[in-house]
Design a protein around this ligand. Structure first.
Ligand SMILES: O=C(O)/C=C/C(=O)CC(=O)CC(=O)O
Ligand SMILES: [Ca+2]
Ligand SMILES: [Mg+2]
Length: 378
């Protein structure tokens, strides 16, 4: 098999936390081909990771200590691993089949913020919640709109979540009643993890923002639409969102993403200077990454319901980080920032069931079964 075609090619070299049957201790790993690479069993001799530093930061149950070292150290780890792979010198004992490892939450996440960066998603949701004349608020094209989420309920993919209950509106009586959510939804997102933070009062400049981003994970911002649509006025998402958010276990660094750089959607009006920096505006700060959502019922096969792309984000991660800190807000190592639901221009690229079924007004065909939101037996 050509390993360049694998998710875990020599270009990728992601970082994550694993444990295994033979060693139940959580520790830092990378992945190559069909194996995890246990980084506690690899020798790192470089200037930044030698002298016992690697042993210290890789013998941890979260990536935070490694992330705190900064981009030159992340690069050194990546290059060391790429060289060892090329020379076929990875120690045999460091390789564990991915089917034999358990993946864990990659970082200790202190704070979680979720943005709202797809213009198509914001317009679609706004149309459904507020009507088409108030769909996209006038501020949306000037600032990357976001809200503070809840870090405690961010868990690794595969963790079971319970359907939330709460107050939802009865459209006839116009009064809320307590119920299990009947409109359980997903949100297709990519999130970045902050590597190095900033001091309170000292914004991260747009031009420096990439050095503060450790890497990206896939994220599902599970959402209860009936709880959300009742509670969100005027302060925004709360219990409809904070019952669980899942992230992928492997963090893909920005260096791995370099070949996929592309332009973001045209920004008109041109954003404020702190959101564009000194470079030519929109010089390629977006990433071309195909994203897919599959729906599976207990009986069905995996059924493709959405094909989107990370490049549809109107506001880039660099702009989001510059914006988040422009007022002096401090970010810490391990903070998680979600892109916002990544919907594209066509109907099959909508990143939530809310949009794909237009708030339940039409159904999806899942391998012969009809679905609107995530099944609820009334
Ligand atoms: O009230 C609205 O317009 C909707 C807000 C959200 O659903 C927030 C959210 O999670 C943003 C996103 O994922 O793009
Ligand atoms: Ca979201
Ligand atoms: Mg969520």
């Amino acid at each position: 098999m050509n390993t360049n075609e694998l998710d875990f090619s020599i270009q990728n070299i992601p970082f994550g936390i694993i444990s295994s049957a033979s060693n139940s201790k959580k520790r830092v790993a990378s992945a190559y081909g069909s194996n995890a690479i246990d980084l506690t069993l690899v020798k790192f001799n470089g200037p930044l990771l030698g002298n016992g530093v690697a042993e210290k930061v890789f013998n941890q149950c979260f990536l935070n200590d490694f992330m705190e070292l900064g981009r030159p150290a992340w690069r050194e780890a990546r290059q060391t691993l790429q060289n060892l792979i090329k020379e076929n010198k990875l120690p045999a004992e460091s390789l564990i089949s991915l089917s034999q490892v358990q993946n864990h939450l990659p970082a200790k996440i202190g704070d979680y913020t979720d943005f709202y960066a797809s213009k198509e998603h914001a317009t679609n949701v706004g149309t459904m919640f507020r009507g088409k004349d108030n769909a996209l608020m006038p501020n949306w094209v000037h600032i990357p709109v976001g809200y503070h989420g809840r870090a405690s309920s961010v868990v690794v993919t595969g963790t079971n979540l319970k359907r939330p209950s709460g107050l939802i509106l009865d459209p006839t009586t116009k009064l809320p009643y307590y119920s299990k959510s009947k409109k359980m939804d997903i949100e297709l997102e990519v999130a970045f993890l902050v590597g190095k933070g900033n001091n309170l009062g000292e914004p991260i400049k747009f031009d420096d923002s990439e050095d503060h981003i450790f890497g990206m994970v896939l994220m599902n911002d599970w959402s209860s639409r009936d709880i959300q649509s009742y509670e969100y006025v005027p302060l925004g998402p709360f219990l409809g969102k904070n019952f669980g958010t899942t992230v992928s276990p492997w963090v893909v660094t920005l260096d791995a993403m370099e070949p996929f750089r592309t332009s973001q959607p045209h920004q008109d009006p041109k954003p404020a200077d702190y959101l564009t920096g000194s470079s030519v505006h929109n010089a390629g700060d977006a990433y071309d990454v195909n994203l897919q959502v599959y729906y599976k019922t207990p009986k069905s096969k995996d059924t493709l319901i959405c094909e989107s792309n990370l490049k549809y984000m109107y506001w880039t991660f660099k702009q989001q980080l510059a914006h988040h800190t422009v007022n002096g807000c401090n970010m810490n190592t391990g903070d998680l920032c979600g892109s916002g639901t990544i919907s594209g221009p066509t109907e099959n690229s909508f990143g939530s069931l809310l949009e794909l079924t237009w708030n339940g007004s039409k159904s999806l065909n899942i391998d012969g079964e009809e679905r609107k939101f995530l099944e609820y037996w009334y």
